[in-house]
Design a protein around this ligand. Structure first.
Ligand code: FAD
Ligand code: FES
Length: 274
């Protein structure tokens, strides 16, 4: 096997692909919550992706990617046997895992892939894990079986009601919080989802952790691209995070910053289609 070679590829849902990549040095060191930054071509952009799992004996890491723009679509086209030209990691702080008691882990869309290693580590530490998975529609629900193995219950919501309960993860969360005492909430998904979850758990005074997804470039704290305001302080998500206390995050500022290059991103996608 060659360094950074794709050794396994699977389609989990339309536009959601799993890759196992031979990267023994990263596999040796990575912990739940870490991510990598890769480039799919020598002149491409650098994009961050969470390490979903690893096999230290085989020297492989697993990533799960949703194709939403040019680079993720280019990655989605890569085949088993191909080499990822540039891949670095593990990056970011590992998740803070301890025995909290009863925890709710919420994954929205591909956020479920980011949540899985954290939920697994929480379970291994002796927590009771209640999972909520949210997706737009049935075929986009991912990792349901994996989450069932580590959770006391799994609640699924779809926006169109094609699977689980019709509605949003926040509906399921409200139901759980009104019925039982929860010690901590972890939420990973679209920014707007994490913002609303944060507002709900604040009312119950439940400590809540979110994994933020600002635009990252170098991943080493030097470019400033991933800066976020947390508790009125400027933090760099790549080196200070990506996990933060949800109740201190300025979500509105981050929502604004993440849309900053929307026009350029659409233009880049169109160039690729030509
Ligand atoms: C720490 C972290 C972990 C992540 N883990 C995963 C994961 O496991 N699976 C997954 O599918 N996605 C993950 N993402 C999101 C992923 O990085 C973006 O979807 C990807 O960069 C989009 O690139 P694109 O060229 O395909 O899309 P574009 O069309 O260029 O962008 C679409 C949107 O993706 C985001 N984005 C674009 N470029 C970057 C960048 N360099 N850094 C961060 N966000 C960007 C922006 O919000 C943008 O509006 C993670 C992001 C972060 C910050
Ligand atoms: S990505 Fe450059 S400072 Fe974080």
């Amino acid at each position: 096997m060659k360094l950074n070679e794709i050794v396994n590829k699977k389609e989990l849902a339309p536009s959601v692909k799993l890759f196992d990549i031979y990267a023994p040095n990263i596999a040796k060191k990575c912990l739940p919550g870490n991510f990598i930054i890769l480039m799919v071509s020598e002149y491409g952009e650098r994009i961050p992706l969470t390490i979903n799992d690893c096999d230290r004996a085989k020297g492989t890491i697993r990533i799960i990617v949703q194709e939403i723009g040019r680079t993720t679509q280019e990655l989605g086209k890569m085949k088993v046997g191909e080499i990822i030209p540039n891949l670095m990691g593990p990056l970011g702080h590992a998740s803070h895992i301890e025995k909290f008691g009863k925890v709710v882990c919420i994954g929205g869309g591909v956020g479920t892939a980011v949540m899985y290693p954290i939920a697994k580590a929480l379970k291994e530490k002796g927590n009771e894990v209640i999972t909520i998975i949210g997706a737009k529609t049935k075929e986009l629900v991912i990792l349901e079986e994996e989450m069932k193995k580590i959770s006391s219950s799994v609640h699924i919501t779809t926006d169109d009601g094609s699977y689980g309960k019709k509605g949003f993860v926040t509906d399921a969360l409200n139901e759980i919080l009104s019925a039982q005492k929860i010690d901590r909430v972890f939420a990973i998904g679209p920014l707007i989802m994490m913002k609303i979850i944060s507002e709900i758990t604040k009312q119950y005074s439940i400590p809540t952790i979110v994994s933020l997804n600002p635009i990252m470039i170098d991943g080493t704290g030097m470019c400033g691209g991933c800066r976020v305001s947390v508790g009125n302080e400027t933090k760099f998500a790549c080196v200070d995070g990506p996990e933060f206390d949800a109740h201190k995050v300025n979500f509105d500022e981050l929502l604004h910053r993440n849309n900053r290059f929307a026009e350029e991103e659409q233009h880049s996608c169109k160039l690729q289609e030509k």
